[in-house]
Ligand binder design. Structure first.
Ligand code: 5GP
Length: 194
């Protein structure tokens, strides 16, 4: 069992509506030592790839993406969420429906920071239905870059995103896969991984 799996079982809190709260170590208070170990694992799993940029989406992905980018000696770009439609032509734009807030945001990245030479590792905290990842993949495609891999902290394996993204042919590496969880009992069952 890896360190993130242990931490999810110890400190993860299951909420109604298929939401797993990991506020105490991942997306409110951040355990930076843990981020370092997660980054080491992603670097190991993507060691065959020539990555020159890490891409994530604000806000919760930024911390772990920064530590990963530091280990890969490359910049990190985070896609910004924006409700306004008043955006000029210097941006790649896509729409993403938020799983947790049930609203649609425009997600934007400046054309200055992503282009056809970029070989991108996408990092995010959660994978549920896959909307956030599809948005980030679309942005890399608009830029003419290449998605070399996708690193996710926690995949909820009972939701369709992981299967969908893997079926598109991407190397998707989730450090934790939750097979089931139950907010009435607080139980969390993880998928065994090698
Ligand atoms: P998706 O777009 O794959 O449906 O959902 C992924 C996004 O929704 C992540 O970026 C994350 O911010 C949020 N999210 C999805 N499920 C959960 C969850 O169970 N807990 C938390 N804290 N965030 C989630």
């Amino acid at each position: 069992m890896n360190v993130l799996e242990e931490r999810v079982l110890k400190d993860g809190v299951v909420k109604e509506g298929n939401v797993l709260k990991v506020d105490s170590f991942l997306n409110h208070q951040c355990d930076v030592e843990l981020f370092g170990e997660m980054a080491d694992e992603w670097v190991r799993r993507f060691s065959g790839k020539k990555i020159n940029k890490v891409l994530t989406i604000e806000a919760s992905g930024i911390g772990m993406a920064c530590i990963t980018a530091q280990k890969l000696h490359c910049p990190v770009v985070f896609a910004k969420k924006s409700k306004s439609i008043n955006i000029d032509g210097d941006m790649y734009i896509t729409e993403v429906e938020s799983f947790t807030h049930k609203e649609t945001n425009q997600v934007i990245v400046s054309k200055k920071f992503l282009g056809e030479d970029d070989r991108v590792l996408i990092i995010d905290d959660f994978l549920a239905n896959g909307a956030a990842l599809q948005g980030l993949i679309s942005i890399v495609n608009q830029a003419g870059g290449r998605v070399e891999g996708i690193g996710i902290a926690i995949e909820k394996g009972f939701q369709p995103g992981g299967k969908f993204i893997r079926n598109l042919g991407y190397q998707l590496e989730s450090l934790v896969i939750v097979d089931s969880m139950d907010w009435t009992t607080g139980s969390i069952v993880l998928r065994k991984q090698d």
